[in-house]
Design a protein around this ligand. Structure first.
Ligand code: ZN
Length: 366
């Protein structure tokens, strides 16, 4: 447990108070936390069932804020998800609890570096952030092959850090430019729709992702095949992607979840309806993340399930299928088939935004 005494930024009347930031460890439990700090166990029993479920699953490494006066807890803040925290306050009538929003500090930073070794290694060296490289690779994945990136490739990134108790909790890329002798590609986060576009308003990704997951290999393509379990010739109306159980599966496009459940043969399945008459289906799943249910809107790249082996399946894989106007189509045909370009009012708003943004952050586009 880290302990420090705040002297400078806290008003005079708080001088006798002490602030602890406790890092939630592997063996920590909410019940144990109450006991250790001589807090009444009724705090736990009186929580609504949903909050109880949250506090029983506080992730390791979360920071719990504790304010003490002569070793008596005056206030504690316990994060229950990325947006909310449980506040425990001592009042004259005893301890009361409340759910309050988490307040983050945000800092915008600019990094400019060259790729000499690996993208992830060089970016980590320059920023000390582990997640930046994968976020960058995701933005440019339809345009750049990061496995064969030329020497002396320059990377510029403007990103926003979300900070809590001095720790970076999340990072968002606002702008990125990748340039070398062969190409010069820029990406701006459009604040109006959350997608990345180049400086002319052309989306860096098509309406559909090239694949709904990172996979090791494709074990079966779209078309007629001899079925490995049924031992009959059958139409295989999707693509089978092989990887480990638990690999995150992403929605290939924005859309609405229209099915989540068990289908005979397919096992655990998610179906999403998209614009222009498309439906995508993800089958043989191991499970679903919290918040994926029928009626829910999802965005391109959002995790909607985990790779599994449920239903009629010979090994862990994802069966990915695409339907258009009621007919199965070859998912390969989706790849970059529908480009997203901003038009009219949306384009005007976006161009005004990036003009302002490039000036504010002194970015040179060429
Ligand atoms: Zn299949």
């Amino acid at each position: 447990m880290k302990k420090f005494i705040l002297l400078i930024f806290i008003p005079i009347f708080l001088l006798a108070y002490k602030v602890d930031i406790h890092k939630w460890g592997n063996k920590d439990t909410f019940y144990g936390f109450l006991k250790q700090n001589s807090l009444p166990l009724s705090i736990y029993y009186n929580l609504p069932p949903k909050i109880k479920r949250y506090v029983r699953a506080i992730p390791r490494g979360e920071s719990v804020f504790i304010l003490k006066d002569n070793n008596i807890i005056k206030q504690a803040l316990i994060p229950i998800n990325s947006k909310q925290q449980l506040q425990i306050i001592k009042t004259e009538k005893g301890y009361v609890t409340k759910i309050v929003p988490i307040v983050y500090e945000t800092v915008t930073k600019h990094v400019s570096t060259e790729i000499n070794n690996y993208l992830s290694y060089d970016l980590y060296k320059a920023t000390k952030l582990r997640s930046l490289a994968s976020k960058l690779a995701y933005i440019f994945s339809d345009r750049i092959n990061f496995r064969a990136i030329p020497k002396n490739t320059k990377i510029d990134i403007v990103y926003k850090e979300k900070i809590k108790f001095g720790e970076v909790k999340d990072v968002k890329i606002l702008f990125a430019k990748i340039s070398n002798k062969q190409y010069n590609i820029s990406a701006f986060l459009n604040p109006y729709d959350g997608r990345y576009y180049d400086s002319r308003g052309k989306s860096l990704k098509g309406m559909f992702l090239a694949a709904p997951l990172r996979y090791k290999r494709i074990s079966s393509r779209f078309g007629m095949r001899f079925h490995p379990i049924l031992h009959k010739w059958r139409m295989h109306d999707g693509i089978d992607y092989v990887n480990r159980i638990g690999t995150p599966i992403h929605a290939v496009a924005d859309g609405k979840v229209i099915f989540r459940g068990w289908i005979r043969g397919y096992g655990r399945t998610v179906k999403i309806r998209h614009k222009n008459g498309y439906i995508t289906m993800y089958a043989h799943l191991h499970g679903y993340p919290r918040g994926i249910y029928v009626g829910r809107w999802v965005t391109q790249g959002q995790t909607i399930g985990y790779l599994g082996n449920s239903g009629l399946s010979t090994g862990p894989h994802l069966h990915f299928a695409v339907m258009r106007y009621g007919k199965w189509i070859n998912p390969v045909r989706l790849k970059n088939s529908v480009k997203v370009t901003l038009y009219g009012k949306q384009r005007k708003k976006f161009l005004a935004y990036i003009q302002n943004f490039t000036k504010e952050n002194s970015i040179a586009l060429k």
